[in-house]
Design a protein around this ligand. Sequence first.
Ligand code: SF4
Ligand code: SF4
Length: 434
Amino acid sequence: MSVAASATPAFDRQGDQSDEARVDVAMRSFVSEFGVTAALHMESCVRCGLCASACHFYVTTGDARYTPIYKLEPFRRAYLREASPLAPLVRALGLVRKPCITDLEQWQELLYDSCTMCGRCTLACPMGIDIAELVKEARHGMFKAGLVPDRLALMDRTARQWGSTATPGEDLPDILAEAAREHGVAIPCDLDHADIMVTAAPAELGEHTKALADAAKILNRIGARWTMHQGGFDASNIGFNNGDLELQERLTRALVDTAVKIGARTVLLPECGHAYGAARWEAARWYGQALPVRIIHMTEFLDELIATQRIRVRKIGQTATFHDPCQIVRRGGLEAAARRVLAALGFELIELEDHGVTGYCCGGGGGVVSNQRATPLRNKVFELKKQQIEATGAKRFVTSCGQCRITFEMGAKHAHWDKATESLLELVADNLAD
Ligand code: SF4
Ligand code: SF4
């Protein structure tokens, strides 16, 4: 594929490895990630280009470098040179050039700034190539080579030290006490025994404590025996985003192990998309057996409470449109649950042109929203969603992922757009009926 070189390639480096060492460690990691599935994926691309029109970064910029399969070029080269059936011949004849440090530096932007691991390209590919999963594996190699965006590297170091990007565990009781005071709701912490262990997205421990307080309000309303806990409280996806899979395993294990310790049968995940992917779908693989606890997303929980009439909600009776968070809906399978909750709230739902499993990403997933240098590109991508939301003419705009909400709020601010992004959880909590 012929592509224009980036005018201003964005890359950062961590550590003091030599260039050669970085390339070697990245290549070794790429090759070690090649299970049978990844190899089949690499072999089966027919260069049809359908993934390009599925990717919001390509659609909004027309830049060929943002074609999804192109983002995996170093991975493909590693495969062809080191792991494919013809690898010895490929090397001997020099048919595929070994990636050099400049290649990896340039690909850093493609893997981290212009991919949200949303999986829309995966869905579009007629050959079933899971590009989003392969990007995640490629990021693993980049992380080992010390070639990730500095902002994500900083968050990674924090999470390794604290077990959270938001706060050390010992500060959790004070943060919860403050949120409880501010919102007038009891938030139990560190109970020795509970049925439900509740987790938070990092933003809910900072500027978005209302979401946390609203979860507490609902749990208290149903008389649940629940707690948050210093041992495992941050439903974070930082390891996933960075390619630090060891960190991700550690963070997710802390949730499961703490829940088991206090006898909780359920771990309730907050309105966060990537945490859902990490904890709901990856944890069993890391755990090596069926999980001893049920891990559910807040949207599933609300849906179940309404369906079983443990809570009732007042009808709002306006038009609304809904953004499907990629990790919860396309990759998580929870398309219907949010729509049932919206229906219970009496909304007349006007769907986005692309919705459900084919909905476009908010543009901030996969760490892009935290990666400040990607802000201009993220703002460009935001236009696509903005246009689709405006085209519905709906009065209200709702989503069920706190990270998507933050991305939309930042995009709206940049675009001087006054459409509020509302949380499904907060709408339920604000409209609880007696
Ligand atoms: S996973 Fe999403 S952002 Fe990444 S290449 Fe595919 S469509 Fe684009
Ligand atoms: S849609 Fe699939 S087969 Fe077509 S170019 Fe993209 S990755 Fe290759």
